[in-house]
Design a binder for this molecule. Structure first.
Ligand code: FEO
Length: 396
């Protein structure tokens, strides 16, 4: 097996999961990778491991570089099992290695695994371990993506081993971002579905790293491709923009429909958005992936959600979407609710309430009885104008 050396003495030893299609509710049509790295010097460290079931692949990659029994350190940047599932197998081979984690990470390891006999050393921001010529320097990054997270920086190589941050869910035989097409799109989908709730923390963490004055010319995350050269600046700029919830003049219309009435309203609203000068993207929930929709919401100013009323409430598909969206806590959005009903309404009010709880500024929800007529469709266009107007006002 060929070695994949990303810097002198630093090797990618991860695993490629070609078949992953769902990552706790986030659709991953292109699979993923679980990236791990060997840092070889007078002493040797393994930074992160791989998901359970991929240990053999990790081991064969490590075997090509060093005897795994000789590992001095196993760095656990993050305890989530996609990165530690193979840790017990690693520790069986190299029981004398010291496991390095944050204090929270050590607590979580004890909950997940039988750590009997493991030496676990906790570290905090600013702590370092010398491997010889190279230094491992640790920076805590809580909630990116769990409370335990940290990143490992190697100052001699200007290399940031960033774990979940800056990752993408893609399975690829190409290790670098610049070798993969549409990689920023994959990074945006990953950010929207995994990291969007933590945008404020991401901004603060990036500021903290900036203030530390560390030089970075390569970012090697725990999923997907590695950023190098101009890619480093591109992904850092993208994270700054997403963290600050920068948005463009786009509206996302999301709906489900029973007998086509709510769909007619969605179409009339979409045309109204276009006529008001915004771009629009329309998603039928029965035909779209939630992860794709929230990727678009990440950078949109407006979100409109429609559902017919069924049994005095909204469609289950709309409820599922709103639950997913609420957890991701998008910031600074303007929107509304719309939908048709037969005798007793309920869906539109319920959607408006959920959007408000999500933090969306809701403008004049619109209900239509049975089938929208010409006046109703004109009201849809008017709603579109009002929502665009409110989004423009919010920006000033
Ligand atoms: Fe890739 Fe939060 O685990």
């Amino acid at each position: 097996m060929n070695k994949v050396e990303i810097k002198d003495g630093v090797y990618w030893v991860g695993a490629i999961d070609w078949n992953l299609r769902d990552f706790h509710g986030y659709a991953t049509p292109r699979g993923t990778t679980y990236n791990a790295y060997i840092v070889k010097d007078s002493k040797t460290a393994l930074v992160d491991t791989v998901k359970a079931g991929f240990f053999d692949e990790l081991q064969s990659r490590v075997d090509a570089i060093t005897d795994p029994r000789d590992l001095d350190y196993v760095i656990v940047n993050h305890v989530e099992p996609d990165h530690t599932g193979s840790l017990p197998s690693v520790m069986e081979i190299t029981p004398d290695a010291t496991v390095i984690a944050t204090r929270k990470g050590a607590e979580e390891l004890l909950r997940y695994y039988d750590c009997d006999g493991w030496e676990i050393q906790t570290v905090k921001t600013g702590d370092t371990i010398s491997l010889g010529e190279k230094t491992l320097s640790f920076i805590e990054t809580p909630m990116l993506h769990w409370p335990d997270n940290m990143v490992t920086y190697i100052p001699e190589d200007h290399l940031l081993l960033s774990n979940d941050a800056f990752g993408q869910h893609i399975a690829s035989s190409k290790r670098y971002a610049d070798e993969n097409s549409e990689i920023l799109e994959d990074a945006a989908t990953y950010y929207a579905n995994i990291l969007m709730p933590f945008s404020l923390l991401i901004t603060k963490t990036l500021q903290k790293i900036g203030e530390m004055g560390i030089e970075i010319d390569m970012i090697a995350p725990s999923h997907g491709a590695i950023w190098r050269n101009s890619g480093v600046g591109n992904i850092l700029d993208a994270y700054r923009g997403w963290g600050l919830t920068e948005s463009n003049d786009t509206a996302i219309v999301v709906y489900d429909t029973m007998w086509g009435s709510t769909e007619k309203m969605a179409s009339a609203i979409a045309q109204g958005i276009i006529d008001a000068g915004f771009e629009v993207k329309v998603y039928h929930l029965g035909k779209s992936e939630l992860s794709e929709i929230v990727r678009e919401i990440l950078e949109a100013k407006i979100i409109l959600v429609g559902s017919p009323t069924i049994n005095n409430g909204m469609f289950p598909s709309v409820g599922g979407f709103l639950t997913y969206l609420r957890g991701l806590r998008p910031k600074g959005k303007v929107g509304s609710a719309f939908g048709s009903y037969g005798w007793a309404g309920g869906a539109v009010k319920a959607i408006a309430g959920e959007l408000e709880k999500t933090g969306v500024m809701v403008v004049d929800p619109l209900s239509v009885k049975f089938v929208p007529g010409a006046d109703d469709l004109a009201a849809c266009a008017e709603l579109a104008r009002k929502v665009v107007g409110a989004a423009e006002m919010q920006e000033r």
